[in-house]
Ligand binder design. Structure first.
Ligand SMILES: Cc1cc2nc3c(=O)[nH]c(=O)nc-3n(C[C@H](O)[C@H](O)[C@H](O)COP(=O)(O)O)c2cc1C
Length: 204
């Protein structure tokens, strides 16, 4: 099948998020200028650069995470492991500004090392970030869309050594959870390796 996006898909549910999947989940913790803490999952999330290490998430609408991060200029991205999926989902509740999703979901906020935002004590890994930019993208007609892309530079990295095997982050221990389409999620149960080809002058 093919459809022009604007004509609609004719399927029971929008397939787009299932096609762009699996998506990693950035579990974003932040603090407001009054010191209130906030925690929410964002699957429009990824690393965008390694030197320096930068990452982004996108908020559809100007949500509390974006507001808090703009106020204090810092946030943390926590890793969601399979054992934390129910708690992660609870933190997506549309609670009013100022209600702590840590408390709502029974998670423990703990201090970051280099930034003022809290982190999830139960998470196997956390990336401490300094805000570099909030962008409001435009559609193809040049009209601003209702998404806010938050970009940050990673300044500190927490890893619980329980997920390391011979110094490598072991996916079978970390069991990262990703977002699929619809109401579906996945966690990593199998991995395989590939090595990138190197071009040589003979073309072989
Ligand atoms: C797994 C998962 C992924 C989500 N990803 C996004 C996302 O990428 N962008 C977004 O705007 N909302 C996303 N949401 C919804 C937000 O988590 C939800 O609106 C939340 O209340 C926002 O919290 P905040 O206002 O405290 O920032 C997601 C929810 C879940 C459960």
């Amino acid at each position: 099948m093919f459809y022009r996006y604007e004509d609609g898909h004719g399927l029971p549910h929008d397939p787009l998020k299932a096609i762009v999947s699996p998506r990693p989940i950035g579990w974003i913790s932040s603090r407001s200028k009054e010191g209130k803490v906030n925690l929410a999952p964002y699957s429009f999330f990824n690393m965008i650069s390694t030197k320096p290490c930068m990452l982004m998430f996108s908020s559809e609408g100007y949500k509390d995470s974006v507001a808090f991060i703009e106020e204090t200029g810092e946030f943390a991205a926590n890793l969601v492991s399979a054992n934390l999926s129910v708690a992660m989902n609870a933190t997506s509740v549309n609670a009013p500004r100022g209600v702590s999703e840590f408390e709502y979901s029974g998670l423990t906020p703990t201090d970051c090392t280099l930034i003022g935002a809290p982190r999830v004590a139960e998470a196997y890994a956390t990336l401490e970030c300094v805000l570099t930019d909030v962008q409001n993208p435009k559609d193809r007609h040049g009209n601003p869309v209702s998404a806010f892309v938050v970009i940050g530079e990673v300044v500190g990295v927490h890893i619980n050594e329980a997920i390391l095997t011979n110094g490598l982050v072991d996916m079978t221990k970390a069991q990262p959870v990703s977002r699929l389409g619809y109401m579906d999620f996945a966690s990593v149960s199998e991995t395989f390796q590939m090595f990138r080809p190197r071009w040589n002058e003979s073309g072989s």
